[in-house]
Design a protein around this ligand. Structure first.
Ligand code: BG6
Length: 489
């Protein structure tokens, strides 16, 4: 579907997210011919720069993030022609005149305000846009995570942004929902008859969802120190993956049909009690170690402003969903920085066979397992038992692999490319609704409060490992192992 002409205003246009993700994603869509020739990308920042100076900054900071194969100087120059730079103080409505001068007043035009800014500024910017008459009927606002620090601040943001924009105009980004493999999970679950009958407590033993990163916190220390893994990854990305895995079949893929089902999952997450909190949540922080053979420093050593920091860089949680479909099936979620590998995956482990008709005992059979891989390459793996060739009846685990890049041979779209297109088209399915956001905060809030009250320190783990031993113990208590730890070396 062709896009209508638009003015896209990027608050924080010169910032890290814009340079790393948003500008490269917009360039990619420009190169693919998706953006109307007259569209404007208006980057907003405090620094006083001319358009030409800002393009220099894009050349230095955004261009290196574009895949070399996808880069064509001519296309980049044409793209840069659609970029304007506006300097203003986002917190001061009286400084918005340069933005007003830049925006076009055609009512047929889509107008998008993308707030790649700290969440403490969301409400203020929305009120300022309103005050200056910029938040029109056909405007949309995009809110980047983190959306608040806790339930109360998330509610406040929803309330205040909602005073300016209708819910149908608000796009709350969780870029994990834009990943190819997440959408493929929807296709797999609801485009095939095979899985749905098995997708329940009778056949599934447990689900593991891991987002592991080799990278440390890098130059985002200022933000990360006030956030930590729970707010940065668990409250949003991991819970969204859990929702897509566990939700009931929605009536359709329309925004509310999907979001209603995800909300039901969030509402049916078993709340933590002080006992389950102590048993089912592990919090860690990386110390020095080796990642990919190179020595890396401890989080505290990188954190010159707070060398005694207790911010967690790892979190693992055992979640339970109180529904007929999922009662008794543990969902183990974990994420960490400076881990042994860079990967994101959802592992659905099926139950063991009830009885072996072969000479081998049932314990030598590996349970079937479906791995939905989001990163590094998106794909699917189904583990089955098969007979080894030759005489005799010996069974052995084998893997059915589906590599999406290999299968479809079409260029991959980055999550931000897809989500930006959806914003410009007005498609809300892959964005969080206000009630979803609040339900997610409601579930994680007791963890935050528990950590605050206990004042306990995160458990150190060596960089380049799979996190603290307590995370293995968390799943080990149920007689299980994290998939990577269970795999042969
Ligand atoms: C972001 C977090 O939302 O997701 C980062 O703020 C994290 O800390 C990133 O590194 C991971 O995203 P991806 O797509 O690289 O897995």
């Amino acid at each position: 579907m062709a896009l209508t002409d638009f003015d896209l205003v990027l608050f924080g246009g010169g910032g890290d997210l814009s340079m790393r993700k948003l500008i490269p994603a917009l360039y990619a869509r420009h190169r693919a011919g998706d953006l109307p020739a007259t569209a404007q990308i208006i980057c907003v920042g405090r620094q006083a720069l001319s358009d030409a100076e800002f393009i220099d900054a894009l050349n230095q900071n955004a261009k290196p993030n574009i895949n070399e194969k996808a880069f064509k100087q001519e296309a980049w120059d044409a793209f840069c022609n659609s970029v304007r730079y506006v300097s203003l103080d986002a917190t001061d409505a009286s400084s918005y005149q340069p933005l007003i001068d830049c925006l076009r007043n055609d009512p047929g035009l889509t107008r998008v305000f993308y707030l790649a800014m700290p969440p403490t500024l969301f409400a203020k910017i929305c009120h300022n846009l309103n005050e200056r008459g910029l938040a029109t009927e056909n405007s949309r606002v995009v809110l980047e995570k983190p959306l608040g620090r806790d339930l109360a601040s998330a509610k406040q943001i929803n309330l205040e942004v909602g005073q300016v924009f209708k819910e149908s105009q608000i796009f709350r980004i969780d870029h994990y929902l834009g990943k190819e493999a997440v959408q493929n999970l929807l296709a797999l679950r609801f485009g095939n008859v095979l899985f749905e009958p098995l997708w329940r407590r009778e056949w599934i033993s447990d689900v593991q969802i891991t987002i592991a990163e080799e990278l440390g916190v890098g130059n985002r220390m200022g933000y990360y120190e006030t956030s930590g893994a729970l707010r940065d990854m668990l409250q949003n990305h991991l819970l969204q993956l859990l929702c897509i895995t566990a939700m009931e079949p929605p009536l359709s893929v329309t925004p509310d049909a999907v979001r209603d089902e995800k909300l039901k999952v969030l509402h049916s997450l078993k709340p933590f009690t002080p006992t389950t909190l102590a048993r089912n949540v592990v919090r860690g922080q990386y110390r020095a170690g080796h990642v990919e053979g190179k020595p890396v420093p401890a989080y505290r050593a990188e954190n010159s402003a707070n060398p005694d920091s207790t911010t967690e860089t790892f979190v693992a949680v055992k979640a339970e969903i109180d529904t007929w479909r999922w009662a008794g099936v543990p969902f183990y979620l974990r994420t960490g920085k400076r881990m042994a590998d860079q990967l994101a995956e959802i592992v659905v482990r099926f139950k063991s066979i009830p009885h072996s008709i072969f000479a081998q005992s049932t314990s030598s059979f590996q349970p079937n397992c479906l791995v939905i891989r989001l990163q590094p390459d998106d794909g699917l793996q189904l583990n089955l038992m098969a007979k080894t060739p030759g005489d005799g009846m010996r069974l052995k685990p084998v893997e059915l692999e589906l590599d999406f890049a290999e299968t479809f041979k079409t260029p991959r779209m980055d999550a931000y490319e897809r989500l930006l297109l959806d914003v410009l088209r007005g498609h809300l399915t892959l964005f969080m609704r206000a009630d979803e956001l609040e339900a997610a905060w409601e579930w994680v809030e007791p963890i935050l409060r528990h950590w605050e009250q206990e004042g306990n320190e995160p458990i150190p783990y060596t960089s380049g490992s799979w996190g603290p031993a307590a995370a293995s113990a968390l799943i080990g208590r149920d007689g299980l192992q994290w998939r990577e730890e269970a795999l042969p070396e």
